[in-house]
Design a protein around this ligand. Structure first.
Ligand SMILES: [Zn+2]
Length: 490
């Protein structure tokens, strides 16, 4: 058996003020065949990581293609997308004949001229490998589960957890299902139910925690091979945006249809019930200060780089400084120029620094302050479950009682290393502010005595009715009151 694997991924916020070019991929994940590190998967590369480990014992030959992934931001440059895509497709042609293909994609990538990048990739891969080759795809649940990609792939598996702590487990699932299909042990058939709704579904909280545990228990029984919930990515304005349920059954379409319908109807009944409440900045910090244990972790979800935001909004930092709060830390603020200035000044220096508040009106105003440079580190990283995320060069500065982390590679807060790299111990701070929607919970949930979600003036509006959609198919809840589920669409 010969299998081919490659990755081309980003999460595109079509409203983001930050365009995405080849340079952003080079700064994030950019590996030519054979160059992928052996220590851990990177963003969306778990299929390669898993297949490389298992090739020998499972008796297949793995042909590695390129892996390209960029941190979430705006729409990808068209020529750069086509260059990366065509490089992978040329590798695929050179690898023929193939029995299987494993694609590590994200599922919410948009390039200029391509609203459905993953559909485009899968369709072209199918045209090259032919109808018999088994195509398995791993996607992020914050994806657009379009008909084009369902038509082109044999097996699609999404991460179940948000925060995405199961990227390796789900890549194992994709490989298991592809190999079982090739060995003639199963005949996967997919069904998809369209709930026609836009919503956020953190799985660290009820009712989603219970739902995910139940769907995990269903797999491997009664002919059910895999169950995935496509949460949707609310900041990608594309026609097929919305929550969908995907069920893969063994040879029996009716079984897949029935379960997709049952679970889809359950998700429709959860409209408005899966997202945690958020406070405004002043109320959120006041509630944190009033709590009599530490640390209190405050999430600035509206400025989450993981959703394509710049991560340089200054609302919460300003409030902490202006109200004289001591014993707080905050990060990450993406400001490569300020990082450069801190390195130039040196460890321990006290300087006047302007930082944050630069990219767009939704960033707020920059902070001008006397700062002490507490820590400096070149080319640093933070963990995210089993994967590593680069934060680039970073600096810790003290602004009155607040320790802020400035980073050069834009990313959200996922690991404690964001602070500990620079000598800040978040477990000993009263208030820990993280720019992240929910991925921070994997590392910060266990240390937090309390978690508070705050809505700053960052660009990721929590209420979909405040997002200026143009392309999304209507009606859809909550943009339209009368938006019944579309039901089975595949
Ligand atoms: Zn995601």
């Amino acid at each position: 058996m010969r299998l081919f694997t490659a990755t081309l991924a980003t999460e595109t916020n079509t409203f983001s003020p930050l365009p995405t070019s080849l340079q952003n991929y080079k700064e994030s994940v950019f590996f030519r065949p054979g160059e992928h590190p052996a220590d851990a998967p990177r963003m969306c590369t778990a299929p390669l990581f898993v297949a490389r480990k298992r090739a020998e014992e499972e008796g297949f030959e793995l042909v590695e293609g390129s892996c390209f992934a960029a941190s979430p931001a705006g729409t990808t440059n068209r020529a750069d997308y086509e260059t990366m895509r065509d490089e992978i497709l040329d590798q695929l042609k050179a690898a023929l004949p193939l029995d299987g293909v494993l694609l590590g994609l994200h599922g919410a990538m948009v390039a200029h001229g391509y609203d459905d990048v993953e559909g485009d990739i899968i369709e072209r891969v199918r045209a090259i490998v032919g109808p018999k080759c088994v195509i398995g795809v791993e996607l992020d649940p914050h994806c657009h589960l379009t008909l084009k990609r369902l038509s082109g792939a044999d097996i699609i598996v999404l991460y179940k957890e948000f925060p995405h702590t199961d990227v390796v487990d789900r890549a194992e699932d994709v490989l298991d299902l592809v190999l079982a299909t090739l060995r003639g042990e199963i005949k996967p058939v997919m069904s998809v139910y369209d709930c026609r709704q836009i919503q956020s579904y953190p799985t660290t909280l009820q009712p989603m925690r219970g739902l995910v545990d139940r769907i995990k228990a269903m797999e491997g029984k009664d002919g059910i091979l895999s169950v995935s919930i496509a949460h949707c990515f609310p900041y990608g304005d594309v026609p097929e945006l919305g929550t969908r349920v995907l069920v893969i059954a063994d040879g029996d379409k009716k079984t897949a249809d029935a379960l997709a319908t049952t679970l889809g109807e359950e998700l429709v009944s959860l409209r408005g019930k899966t997202r945690p409440a958020a406070l405004d900045v002043a109320a959120g910090i006041a509630e944190g200060m009033a709590f009599n244990d530490l640390p209190v972790v405050i999430a600035d979800a509206a400025d989450n780089a993981g959703g394509g935001a710049p991560s340089d909004n200054t609302d919460i930092l300003r409030h902490l400084i202006e109200t004289g709060i001591e014993d707080a830390c905050l990060g990450p603020i993406w400001d490569p120029i300020a990082v450069r200035l801190c390195f130039d000044a040196g460890l321990g220096a006290r300087i006047s620094l302007r930082f944050g508040g630069k990219i767009a009106p939704s960033s707020g105003q920059p902070v001008d302050a006397e700062v002490e440079i507490l820590g400096l580190q070149r080319d640093a990283w933070q963990s995210f479950g089993p994967t590593q995320v680069s934060v680039g060069d970073c600096a810790a500065i003290r602004v009155r009682g607040v320790d802020a982390v400035l980073i050069a590679n834009r990313t959200q807060a996922t690991g404690l290393e964001l602070f500990t790299n620079l000598g800040i111990d978040p477990t000993r701070k009263k208030i820990v502010v993280v720019k992240s929607t929910n991925h921070f919970m994997a590392a910060y949930g266990p240390i937090a005595k309390k978690v508070i979600y705050v809505e700053s003036s960052g660009p990721l509006r929590r209420d979909p009715c405040k997002v200026p959609y143009i392309k999304v198919q209507r009606p859809i809840w909550p943009l339209d009151d009368d938006a019944p589920p579309r039901g089975l669409i595949f």
